[in-house]
Design a protein around this ligand. Structure first.
Ligand code: RB5
Length: 141
């Protein structure tokens, strides 16, 4: 699938590592930036990733900033986006199975790259459970 990938300066290194992993897993990556350690504003990148999902370019998105908080707040302002801020494996998996999260947010200053990349693997591999979970999603969509 095509995955939109965005970060701010606090997560540039992890974003580059995630990009390598996604390619290794056979995904197409739409990298909306940022592309250096220069200070930027995370909402620009959250909006860019969400726009790629909304216009159909990408099926999923991954957003990384220092804490993941700003990215998740900004992404969840978009109507069709269900962004999940996760910092461990269980919630990364459940965000897919129960919540059909289409954006994964992480904090590069919170967790290390080993855990973050394993979360990406699990998040991409987990299917949505549908059924009662679909009903609940429709209640806030
Ligand atoms: C940038 O310094 C920092 O505020 C940002 O990466 C993020 O943590 C915001 O939620």
């Amino acid at each position: 699938m095509n995955i939109a990938l965005g970060c701010d300066h606090g997560a540039y290194g992890l974003k580059e590592e995630a990009k390598l992993l996604l390619a290794e897993l056979g995904h197409d990556v739409t990298d909306v930036g940022c592309h250096s350690l220069e200070s930027v504003n995370y909402p620009d990148y959250a909006n860019a990733v969400c726009d790629k999902i909304t216009d159909g370019t990408s099926q999923r998105g991954i957003l990384i900033c220092g804490t993941g908080i700003g990215m998740s707040m900004a992404a969840n302002r978009h109507k069709n986006i269900r962004a999940a801020l996760c910092h461990e494996l269980f919630t990364a998996e459940m965000s897919r199975e129960h919540n059909d999260a289409n954006v994964l947010c992480m904090g590069a200053r919170v967790i290390g790259p080993g855990l973050a990349l394993q979360m990406v693997r699990i998040w991409l591999a987990t299917e949505f459970g549908a059924g009662r979970h679909q009903t609940r999603i429709e209640m806030f969509s």
